[in-house]
Design a protein around this ligand. Structure first.
Ligand code: NDP
Length: 451
């Protein structure tokens, strides 16, 4: 077969599976994109002959390293760290760092692949990357977390830079961990530079970065509802997770007149029929983030609520749903249940929370369904704005940033409509996001020749 002969979707996916054995999350993410891109590429010979999708689905590089640290009892502990630099066609690699025991090379490759399209959708000059470790921060002392972060950065520093690769936070990595890592980077390199985002406001961070992912997912939801002449006023929302993204999504829903019924963590979900208002959200933020507590303790503080151990919240009837915890937390059966119970819109705060079955169910039901790469792009967008502020050595005002975030989210929404409008009032946001993100990266790659 000549190299320029086309393979079909199945042939392409067979190759991806063969080259990435035991990496189900990565294969799933590539399949979700390839399903739309193959159709789009049908009459575009150059993308085929230049093997663009094949090249985007092969990370530029995957760096894997040992992270040694000493726990409080004096034991030597060994973890694995990674940085996946997927694609830098349109800007320096950019994407978060995740510390969670479920982290594998497959998980980070899927996240870096998704990030490539998401970052392109923001309209800002950022390539796609992701990193992390199988380190479990739960139950660790602050000193242990500090020593781990320092050891992680002692290896990572040689692979990153303000114009090379700019990591941020993700699951298990918040402002505190970014501080420990930035401190170590600065110490090793003697260089105060915008090499990480999500920094503290005193040392180069941006206003609204903390809120941006959750708020952005709700702005995107509002944009989707507006296409049907609706808004969030009086609507019920089911949210999973109780970390950064979930609590800020809840906050924005409440500000816009909606009623949040659920939150969750890896132990189960709480259902509060009275609604989770700002006071309760503040309680969750303090309890989960600062005290590292469990969501089940919510029912002791607010006795009208119920806790459902080991369960996800998708069976609770609602108008809108926001999965904001982790990948593959909303399965085909959950998607069917949501649709059957009258859910009209789903905006993903997490990355790939819906499995392929679920995605197909939402598409088939033609409800308003936004994939994370579009709806949760607000976080990385404000990270991009943090990079600009660092380059300029100044800080923008909160109102300016709020407006920029809103504008970016509606810009992404418009891109999704441009490539995802199926006629008859139905917008396929998955297709729209995949094609818009792919086209920008692909056209840049064409300009560079075979590299
Ligand atoms: P946090 O660490 O702040 O919170 C994660 C939340 O998800 C916690 O409530 C955690 O519960 C829950 N969770 C984790 N794993 C599971 C699981 N297997 N089952 C059920 N619940 C689980 O992370 P973020 O809020 O920052 O991230 C959440 C999602 O949003 C991730 O998919 C992330 O990639 C994505 N995202 C985050 C961005 C950001 O700016 N932070 C940007 C874009 C996407 P527990 O406490 O029990 O572990």
């Amino acid at each position: 077969m000549a190299v320029t002969d086309h393979v079909d979707l199945n042939g392409f996916m067979e190759g991806v599976k063969k080259r990435n054995p035991h990496q189900p999350e990565f294969v799933q993410a590539v399949q979700e994109v390839a399903e739309d891109i193959f159709e789009f590429m049908e009459d575009k010979e150059e993308y085929h002959s230049q093997q663009i999708l094949r090249r985007i689905a092969e990370p530029d590089r995957v760096v894997s390293f040992r992270v040694c640290w000493e726990d409080d009892a004096g034991n030597i502990r060994v973890q694995r760290g990674w940085r996946v630099q997927n694609n830098n066609a349109i800007g320096p690699y950019k994407g978060g760092i995740r510390f969670h025991p479920s982290v594998t090379e497959s998980v980070l490759k899927f996240l870096a692949f998704e990030q490539t399209f998401k970052n392109a959708l923001t309209g800002l000059p950022m390539g796609g990357g992701k990193g992390g470790s199988n380190f479990n921060p739960k139950g660790k002392s602050v000193r242990e977390i500090m020593r781990f972060c320092q050891s992680f950065m002692t290896e990572l520093y040689r692979h990153i830079g303000a114009d090379i690769d700019v990591p941020a936070g993700d699951i298990g990595v918040g402002g505190r961990e970014i501080g420990f890592m930035f401190g170590q980077y600065k110490r090793i390199t003697n260089n105060f530079t915008g090499v990480l985002t999500g920094k503290g406001l005193e040392w180069g961070g941006s206003l609204i970065r903390t809120e941006a992912t959750g708020y952005g997912a709700v702005y995107f939801l509002e944009n989707m509802l507006a296409t049907k002449g609706e808004n969030l006023e009086g609507k019920t929302a089911v949210i999973s997770g109780s970390g950064n993204v979930a609590t800020h999504a809840a906050e924005k829903i409440v500000q816009l007149g909606g009623k949040v019924l659920t939150l969750s963590d890896s132990g189960g979900f709480i259902h509060d029929p009275d609604g989770i208002d700002q006071e309760k959200i503040d309680w969750v933020k303090t309890h989960k983030t600062h005290r590292r507590g469990r969501i089940e303790e919510y029912v002791e503080a607010f006795p009208k609520a119920t806790f459902h151990a080991g369960k996800t919240p998708w069976g609770v009837p609602c108008d809108v749903a926001l999965p904001c915890a982790t990948q593959n937390e909303l399965l085909g059966e959950d998607a069917k249940m949501l649709v059957a119970n009258g859910c009209r819109a789903v905006s993903e705060g997490a990355n790939m929370p819906t499995d392929l079955d679920g995605v197909h169910t939402f598409k088939h039901a033609r409800i308003l369904y936004a994939p994370g790469k579009a709806s949760n792009a607000g976080g990385v967008a404000v990270s991009g704005l943090e990079m600009s502020q660092n380059s300029e050595r100044r800080s923008w005002k909160e109102e300016e940033l709020q407006q920029m975030l809103k504008d970016i989210m509606s810009g992404i929404h418009n891109s999704c409509i441009r490539y995802g409008d199926q006629g008859g009032g139905y917008i396929d946001y998955v297709k729209g996001a995949n094609i818009a993100g792919f086209k920008k990266v692909a056209d840049a790659m064409l300009a560079f020749g075979v590299v």
